[in-house]
Design a binder for this molecule. Structure first.
Ligand SMILES: Nc1ncnc2c1ncn2[C@@H]1O[C@H](COP(=O)(O)OP(=O)(O)O)[C@@H](O)[C@H]1O
Ligand SMILES: [Mg+2]
Length: 341
């Protein structure tokens, strides 16, 4: 398998605006030191609670947010070093489907205008060609030629999301980021849209990044995944391996919160206390330590390294990897002393 996108030590920080004179302005560390690799044709899941940096990470992947540090390589090309022209060309291969099908479509455009706009911007001006293509796309997503001159307000949430999908694939992209594509939809529509995404991926040989806070969906459709917390990846790798043996206490907590019937084995129940700390002053050591039921003394000050613990499965946790100056305990079976409070 070839690699399509990789990130190396990528960080995105936003300045905190406003404030009073003499008050030090802070930065929001939305994404911190993230490295990952996505292969051609796979579905790569990103999970984590709201505010943990998923959308910012996705925007950095497609070059819509400039990284503060680190780099993004798409088919081997560094996005931030491309000329304007090359970036535009590359960007057409990378598209995004948004969470909210209500606000992501222009209410004053009809279906034809919405779906054909990317082609129009690219320079297509033959109306007949565009109508044919739009009808083809509408049929692919389960709508029809009769819908051509309707407006977004004529459609239900699920249908609008179908429209958003048709628009995003109109330029034949190879890389599609789906940012919580079903979170805003009724549960009954949920599976239909997921099935549609899987069908389109098969037909068009697309690579997906699938962002979600629903672990059951990630389990169903993702080949690989990364679990994020406060801007950092806590655990990543092959999703079967992670669901079979989640190693990070945060992943374990997320899994415990999912209905048991979705997963084969009964798991230890971990209920997280407290809220996510602010990304303005994230904890110095492990970002999760304040909420971690298994935190040890060193977790507060020593940031854990992201290490591969079995093939295709990495985790950033002292409980699993040991502290740098402490001999490694048997990685899976012997929790370090003082681990459980
Ligand atoms: N353009 C921006 N300017 C300032 N802060 C931002 C911006 N975009 C996101 N953030 C902040 O970065 C953090 C991560 O946000 P986001 O990537 O949207 O998380 P998620 O998609 O996981 O909910 C949040 O604290 C959010 O408030
Ligand atoms: Mg988001």
């Amino acid at each position: 398998m070839r690699e399509i996108l990789s990130m190396k030590n990528l960080s995105v920080h936003f300045p905190v605006k406003g404030g009073l004179p003499f008050v030090k302005r802070g930065v929001i560390q939305a994404v911190s030191d993230v490295s990952l690799t996505i292969m051609h044709g796979e579905t790569f899941g990103i999970v984590g609670e709201s505010g943990c940096g998923k959308t910012t990470l996705a925007n950095a992947m497609i070059g819509m947010v400039k990284p503060t540090a680190g780099e993004v390589l798409f088919n081997g090309m560094n996005l931030n070093e491309l000329s304007r022209e090359d970036f535009k060309k590359t960007r057409r291969q990378m598209q995004m489907i948004f969470q909210d099908p209500f606000s992501s479509l222009n209410p004053r455009f009809n279906v034809y205008q919405i779906v054909s706009e990317p082609m129009f911007i690219r320079g297509e001006d033959d109306e007949e060609t565009m109508i044919d293509r739009v009808v083809e796309l509408l049929e692919l997503v389960g709508l029809s030629a009769e819908d051509l001159y309707r407006y977004p307000s004529d459609f239900s949430g699920g249908q609008r999301q179908r429209l958003g999908i048709a628009r995003s694939i109109s330029l034949n992209p190879s890389f599609l980021v789906c940012d919580e594509p079903v979170s805003a939809l009724d549960v009954s529509i949920h599976a239909q849209i997921l099935n549609l995404l899987v069908k389109i991926q098969d037909q068009m040989k697309l690579t997906y990044v699938f962002i979600s806070h629903n672990l059951a969906d990630v389990k169903n459709i993702c080949d690989s995944m990364a679990v994020m917390y406060l801007g950092k990846i806590m655990e990543s790798g092959n999703s079967d391996a992670i669901f079979k043996r989640p190693l990070h206490p945060y992943t374990q907590a997320l899994l415990a919160a999912v209905l048991d019937t979705t997963f084969d084995e009964k798991r230890e129940q971990i209920i997280l206390q407290g809220d996510i700390p602010s990304p303005i002053n994230p904890p110095a050591g492990c970002r999760f330590w304040q909420r971690c039921p298994k935190a040890m003394k060193g977790c507060k000050t020593i940031p854990p390294e992201h290490l591969e613990v079995e093939e295709g499965h990495s985790v950033a946790c002292h409980l699993v990897n040991g502290f740098p100056d402490v001999p490694l305990p048997d990685r899976f079976d012997a929790p370090m002393e003082g681990a459980t409070k």
